[in-house]
Write a protein that binds this ligand. Structure first.
Ligand code: ATP
Ligand code: MG
Length: 580
């Protein structure tokens, strides 16, 4: 490809709305352009990378026998109502109406569509198991679209679905997808971690996420170096146990005036108590229920754990106005005493350790001190509903948990019969009984991968593409266009290597050598062939993206040039440029 003909509008300056390095580089490198919040166009360079990611994903899917198809992006509301997700999926579901007032959604995921599709087609156990996938556009009306393609509203996903006669068959296929996903991640050439994950709005019991390690990643991961346990923060548990301090005599619960002070920090300061003596009371509401969650002051509530515990994805924090209406007091003074009967009180396990603690008094400006759970107030259930912290005991061995950050690029789920039962998608088993399919689903964020790889692999000059998905493997840089000899040999090398199948961008633009070097490094081409000064002695320079020094080679034998190019490309490892 000639750079002079390539539509790659590179920019010197970062975009004003840049909130993360990968987004800045994608804009500056001319890979993408923003159309509106969370909606992007992919320009030729960006699209080349996307297509390479798609090819890797497609190959790994085909290797495990999954078949490609294409499902619609617009879904009739009735299908989503059948599974209850029309209401339960939440505001990310982009709802719309056609000219006749019929309701639809833009597909954020396709469990309903694919289950409906198979429902009347897969009738016998003889047709199972079966797995299908598509690579297509998804739409999620994200509350905070940000970080460019990492959290977009319109994005490209590979989604696969599998149908089984029983769990044994599901486990087998799940395992195959797990390995395929690991292969994809390895072929991308990035450092990654696989974690146990929460199943969220998709549902099911077993799930794993695949994360690209990146210091700016949104996903927090806890892991144990000794035994290999790893889980997302939403799911991570620890081996810590909690019981009341038996040496501390119980004191009488007393109401005190805490004035306008509301936060845990303010009240701990006022009472000169450590935060682990305070109990936070939080009010949550779902479609049908009220819940009060209690958590020790030095921990944070984990909403995902609470949602999966109650099997209710509609559960969320109640608005301050709703809380006032329900309890007659502001959220800062909410507490577990005098709670209406229809409010379930769930306390984190850590709350068990509190003796003579502090809770809101359900009265303006008032708190109780010396409040002890089960003695002074009722708790319906003690459960693990908190985020673990770095340094806590590993749940499986005697080591401690460490924390790191990643970007989720893929997730696999064992769904079971969640969708098939609700949609009455049955097959006939060997004994002639009607049974719902047992299903799995497997998502891969194709466009998120574009940003995630850059987020891990970049330096001060720009992107550092792994060879497998680089938009071009090699750039030829003739340092001047004024010297006919240089132009000629550049073209000869370009033609020769192109015929050999090397993907080359030749920078034939009428710009200074400095501009060429900057742009080629910005867009992260693994290898540069520089044709300049040393050509007077019959040499050209080969330089990997992160190398300071170039290798000089004689260019009279093009076969030799080709061999050297391959050798350098084999040696290329973009992570060498980084200290991660
Ligand atoms: P997240 O927790 O980051 O919101 P998710 O768990 O809701 O993602 P899944 O339903 O598991 O996402 O979707 C499968 C894959 O699709 C994700 O692993 C991710 O790579 C990609 N993906 C999800 N949401 C977005 C988004 N808003 N923009 C780009 N890619 C996304
Ligand atoms: Mg996910």
């Amino acid at each position: 490809m000639l750079f002079s003909k390539l539509y790659a509008p590179t920019l010197k300056e970062s975009p004003a709305d840049s909130d993360i390095r990968s987004y800045e580089l994608l804009i500056r490198g001319g890979f993408i352009r923003k159309i509106s919040s969370g909606v992007y166009s992919y320009l030729p360079l960006g699209w080349r990378v996307i297509q390479k990611i798609e090819s890797i994903v497609r190959e790994e899917m085909e290797k495990i026998g999954s078949q490609e198809l294409m499902l619609p992006i617009i879904h009739p509301a009735e299908l989503w109502k059948m599974t209850g997700r029309w209401d339960d999926y939440g505001p990310e579901l982009m709802k719309l109406k056609d000219r006749n007032g019929r309701e639809f959604t833009l597909g954020p995921t396709h469990e309903e569509i694919v289950t409906y599709l198979m429902k009347n087609e897969l009738r016998s156990y003889k047709q199972l198991p079966l797995s299908v996938f598509q690579i297509a556009t998804k739409f999620r009306d994200e509350i905070r679209p940000r970080f460019g393609v990492l959290r977009a509203r319109e994005f490209i996903m590979k989604d696969a679905y599998s149908f089984h006669p029983d769990y044994e068959s599901l486990h087998e296929t799940y395992e195959q997808f797990y390995i395929a996903y690991e292969n994809i991640t390895k072929r991308l050439g990035v450092k990654y971690v696989i974690v146990e994950a929460d199943t969220g709005a998709i549902g099911g019991n077993v799930s794993h996420e695949f994360h690209v390690l990146a210091k700016n990643g949104e996903g927090k991961i806890f892991y144990c170096e000794k035994c290999g346990y790893a889980a997302s923060d939403e799911k991570a548990i620890s081996g810590e146990t909690f019981s009341p301090n038996s040496n501390e005599p119980k004191k009488e619960m007393t109401k005190i005036d805490t004035g306008e002070l509301k936060t845990i920090e303010e009240i701990a300061d006022l009472l000169k108590l450590p935060k682990n003596k305070l109990i936070k009371s939080m009010v949550l509401k779902s479609k049908n229920d009220w819940v009060m969650a209690l958590i020790r002051g030095d921990y944070e509530l984990n909403l995902s754990k609470l949602r999966s515990l109650l099997k209710d994805q509609t559960l969320d924090f109640a608005d301050p106005e709703e809380v006032y209406e329900k309890f007659g007091v502001n959220i800062g003074n909410i507490g577990p005493i005098n709670v209406p009967n229809d409010v379930k009180i769930i306390a984190d396990l850590s709350v068990k350790s509190v003796v003579n603690g502090v809770v809101g008094a359900m009265e303006e400006k008032m708190h109780y001190i010396n409040a002890t759970p089960l003695e002074d107030f009722k708790v319906d259930e003690f459960r693990d509903i908190r985020f673990v912290k770095e340094g806590e005991k590993c749940p499986h061995c005697d080591d401690v948990l460490k924390e790191t950050r990643g970007i989720e690029i893929g997730q696999v789920f064992e769904l079971g019969d969640k969708y098939s039962s609700k949609m009455k998608a049955y097959f006939m088993d060997e004994e002639g009984n009607q049974k719902p399919y047992i299903m799995g689903c497997y998502g891969w964020g194709v466009s998120r991968t574009l940003g995630a790889v850059i987020e891990q692999l970049n330096d001060e000059h720009g992107m550092l593409w792994p060879r497998s998905i680089a938009p071009f493997e090699v750039a030829i840089i003739p340092v001047t266009s004024a010297n006919k000899e240089i132009t000629k040999i550049s073209e000869q090398i370009y033609d020769f290597l192109t015929k050999k199948g090397v993907e080359i961008l030749i920078d034939d633009r009428e710009v200074s050598a400095g501009v060429k070097f900057k742009d080629i490094d910005l867009i992260g081409i693994p290898l540069k062939i520089i044709i300049g000064k040393s050509y007077e002695e019959g040499n050209i320079e080969l330089k990997l993206r992160y190398e300071e020094e170039s290798t000089l080679i004689d260019c009279s034998d093009l076969e030799l040039v080709y061999k050297e190019v391959l050798r350098k490309l084999d040696e290329y490892d973009p992570s060498q440029a980084l200290k991660i």
